[in-house]
Design a protein around this ligand. Structure first.
Ligand code: FAD
Length: 474
């Protein structure tokens, strides 16, 4: 075969274990990335990551002889036009689960087909095929445990990852595309460089992803089951989520590497990877979940929208240290520990009665790992309206959660340094500390640290009453 193929990169910004690249063994290729604006375009933090990830991919492709062409606009028009221009009969890409991506792919395929070309989709973002995995009755899964059991069994025969390709043959007639900077993905004056600290925490790109995996396998996997809920410890979790989101590393590479390493934390870790699969399974089968509660009775939930409360939560000024530490970690690093995400999200939707969509939108804009499937499934889970949500009355108490999972306050002291001098006993409840203890720690409530936005018992009772109202309305 000599006619060229387009390799359309989307959320698979890597060379290793990428079936899309297998086609390059047979024919010249044109690697392309199209940045699309519009609804659900990446948020601010994810754009920062995308910039650096594209830079890494472009470098790796150029080294192999087929530079990446970066374009901006509507891929449904750009891709078919490009295929016609260079005489490509096939466009290869990874399958995505996001509803807008699916409709865009269907439209692109139709446009290509009209001129005798085709879009070929490969599984390169997930371990399972959402349209193939079904319950005994032939339905999609709606509950995690049976889903994970079924997928675990399937994965027994998971083939090993594919090697990265060697030299690539570039297609002739490639357009020059935009310089990466032309996408404007990084914060630029007059906007302050809010991403300054991101660089200390992250190395986007394929080699950064593999370095992180290797470090986690060495320092974290063995004790993962025991420490994954402790936000204050180093390597309690892998931090692989932004790399997995953009496909800088494949879940198959992570799966196999973790199994090879083995050890006490292995099974728990693999189960977490399957939560990601489950979220994408849900999104594939219930695309409405991006903005609509999966439990219909929640459509009438009596939220009390309040811009000031939402803002205090966003800024890490709720007066509950574990929530505020999490929101500040998010702002400064673009990431938040999973346990703290659950606590902070629950506080917003239950104690403050703010709609989960408002929290989801903030996370979408501020997380480097913002992922439509994981974010929406998790917010719905916390809000109680998700497919497999915990019973509504299990409302996280941020003080008790903090004391349980951050007992010495290492996490809180790191992100809320104004509390650093409080003794352990009051680190998660500064508002209850006696005057003398506060004075000793240099804190005046209301001046150095906010008074709690809501009383926990009152907030809990209000949330339960709101839930009772929709249950009564069934
Ligand atoms: P590890 O514990 O090392 O787990 C390994 C991988 O498994 C993760 O990288 C991730 O891909 C997957 N994983 C782990 N936990 C979950 C989970 N609960 N659900 C789905 N996949 C999981 N994750 C995102 O990737 N993007 C999001 O936008 C996102 N939004 C969230 C919003 C809320 C309110 C909550 C409660 C959770 C959200 N999560 C999201 C899930 C989870 O918090 C992150 O995946 C996890 O914190 C990433 O850290 P890690 O890579 O160190 O995870």
């Amino acid at each position: 075969m000599t006619d060229p193929a387009i390799l359309w990169f989307r959320q698979d910004l890597r060379l290793g274990d990428n079936p899309v690249l297998a086609v390059a063994a047979e024919r010249p290729v044109l690697p392309v990335f199209v940045f699309e604006d519009g609804p659900r375009a990446p948020g601010g933090a994810a754009r920062w990551w995308l910039h650096h990830s594209l830079a890494a991919l472009a470098g790796a492709l150029a080294e192999r002889g087929a530079p990446l062409v970066i374009l901006r606009g509507d891929a449904r028009e750009i891709i078919p036009r490009l295929a016609a221009e260079i005489g490509a009969t096939e466009v290869h890409a990874g399958r995505q689960t996001e509803p807008l991506a699916r409709s865009r792919d269907a439209a692109t395929h139709a446009a290509l087909e009209a001129t005798g070309r085709r879009l070929v989709l490969h599984r390169n973002a997930l371990l399972h095929e959402p349209h193939r995995v079904r319950t005994g009755e032939g339905r999609p899964y709606g509950v995690y445990t049976p889903f994970s059991r079924a997928v675990f069994a399937l994965l027994e025969g998971l083939p090993p990852p594919l090697p990265a390709p060697g030299r690539l043959r570039p297609a002739a007639g490639a357009p020059s595309g935009l310089p990466l900077d032309g996408l404007g993905l990084l914060p630029a004056p007059p906007v302050p460089d809010w991403a300054a600290e991101f660089r200390e925490h992250w190395t986007p790109g394929e080699s950064g992803a593999h370095a992180r995996l290797a470090a986690f396998l060495e320092h974290g996997l063995d004790r993962y089951a025991a420490r994954r809920n402790m936000p204050g410890v180093a390597w309690g979790t892998s931090g692989l989520s932004p790399h997995l989101h953009l496909g800088e590393i494949s879940p198959r590479q992570v799966w196999h590497a973790a199994r090879e390493k083995g050890g006490a934390g292995l099974e728990t870790f693999l189960k977490e990877l399957l939560w990601r699969e489950f979220s994408h399974h849900l999104l594939w089968h219930r695309p409405e979940m991006v903005d609509t509660p999966l439990r219909p009775e929640f459509a009438a939930f009596p939220w009390r929208e309040d811009a000031a409360l939402l803002r205090a939560w966003q800024r890490g000024r709720t007066g509950y240290p574990i929530v505020d530490a999490g929101m500040r970690e998010l702002w400064r690093t673009g990431w938040m520990h999973n346990r703290v995400r659950m606590i902070a999200a629950s506080f917003l939707v239950k104690h403050l009665l703010q709609p989960w969509q408002a929290g989801e939108a903030w996370f979408w804009d501020t997380l480097v790992d913002a992922d439509l499937a994981n974010n929406c499934a998790s917010w719905q889970w916390v809000a109680g309206c998700g497919a497999d949500a915990a019973p509504y009355f299990r409302i996280f108490n941020p003080v008790l959660q903090g004391e349980k999972f951050d007992p010495e306050g290492a996490y809180v002291r790191r992100w809320c340094p104004e509390l650093a001098r409080l003794p352990d006993r009051f680190i998660h409840r500064p508002h209850e500390a006696p005057e003398a203890v506060l004075r000793e720690a240099g804190i005046v409530i209301g001046r150095d640290w906010p008074a709690p936005l809501v009383d926990l018992a009152e907030g809990r009772a209000r949330a339960l009453a709101a839930f009772a109202a929709i249950k009564g309305g069934e």
